[in-house]
Design a protein around this ligand. Sequence first.
Ligand code: NDP
Length: 337
Amino acid sequence: MIEPVYTPSADRYENGMEYRRCGRSGIRLPLISLGLWHNFGSHQSMQNVKAMAHFAFDKGICHFDLANNYGPEYGTAEENFGRLMKESFAPYRDELFISTKAGHDMWPGMYGEWGSRKYLMASLDQSLRRMGLDYVDIFYSHRYDPDTPLEETLQALVDIVRQGKALYVGISKYPPEAARFAFRYLSQQHVPCLLFQGRYNIIDRHDETGGVLDLCQENGSGYIAFSPLQQGLLTNRYLDGIPEGSRMSENKFLKPEVLTPKMMEILRMLNDMARRRGQSFAQMSLSWLLQNPKVSSVIIGASSIGQIQDNLLALHASPFDEEERSAIDNISRPVWI
Ligand code: NDP
C-alpha cells in the first residue's frame, strides 16, 4: 500500500505557538522545540516517530534537536530523521531549524569523542549524510573538553560555518568560564554563538545560580533549556510507581534511586500546586521556564503524541504570581541540583 504524502497543517503558524528571538540574532525559535534523544531511534516504531514529528510540525514546532549519537543505536535518530526529511519534510526544509552536535562518545578509537577538530569535522559530515542534508542550521560542541585547547574546538566551529555546513554554532554544558571564553572567541571571528544549550528546570538550577543565563544575555547568546521536565520526573509519570516502558524503567539515564521519599513528597506537592493552577504537572514545569525571558526555547522529549499535546498547553498558562513563584522555590529547594 502506498502511504499518503504528508501535507502539514495549513494553520501551523496560527495554532497558538509563540516564537522568541535568540539573543542578538535574526533567529526566532518556537518556545517549545522537540528533541530526538530518546524515542526516535532504531528501537522505536517508525510509525510513532513519524506521527510525533508530523504532529509537532503541524503545531508550529519547527525546531528539531538532534545529536550524532541519539538513538539507540548511535546515529539512528539522525537516520530516521533523514527518512522523515525525504518522505515528509523535504519541501519544507527552509521552514525547519535543525540542530546536531558532537562531543560525546560516538565511534571507537582516538577520534570519536570530545572536542578535537578532527572529531567535530568528521562527525558533522557523517550527520549530514545520515540526515540527507546539505547543512544544519546549528552545530554544537556538545560538551566542554578540558584536554583540548578551546581555541581548536572553537576554530573548528568557525570553519564549519565558513564551509557552509552549518549556518550557526552553539555550545552545550560549558562551565561559565569556558562559555565566556567561547562567546568572546566566536564573536571575534564574526561567527557569534547563537545558543547555549543547558539543562534547566524547576529542580536543576545550576545554570541560573552559576550565572550562565546572565552570561548569555550579556553576550547576546540565546539560551535553550534541555530536559525541562528532568526526563519525566517533573510530570505525573512517576507519582504512582514506575510505568513499564518509561524512561526510568530502562534504568539508564533516569535511575529509580532518584525517587527517594523526600523527592516523592516534593513531586506530590508540586503536582498539587499545578492542580490548583488548573494545569498538569508537566505544563506547570514548562510554563515556569517559558515565563523566564532569558530562556529562548525549551527542548522537550516525548514518547507519544499525547505528551506533546499536553506540553503544548503550557503556552497558554496564566502567569505565575510572586506567591506561586516563591512557593515553587520553597518546595523544590531541598532537591535543587
Ligand atoms: P524532558 O525533560 O522533556 O523529558 C522527556 C520525557 O518526559 C519523555 O520522554 C517522557 O518520558 C516524559 N514526558 C514528556 N512529556 C510528558 C507529559 N506531558 N506527561 C508525562 N510525561 C511526559 O526532556 P529530555 O530529557 O528528553 O530532553 C529533551 C531534549 O533535550 C533531548 O531530546 C535532546 O534533544 C536535548 N538534550 C540535550 C542534552 C545535551 O547534552 N545538550 C542532554 C539531554 C537532552 P517517557 O519516555 O518515559 O514517556
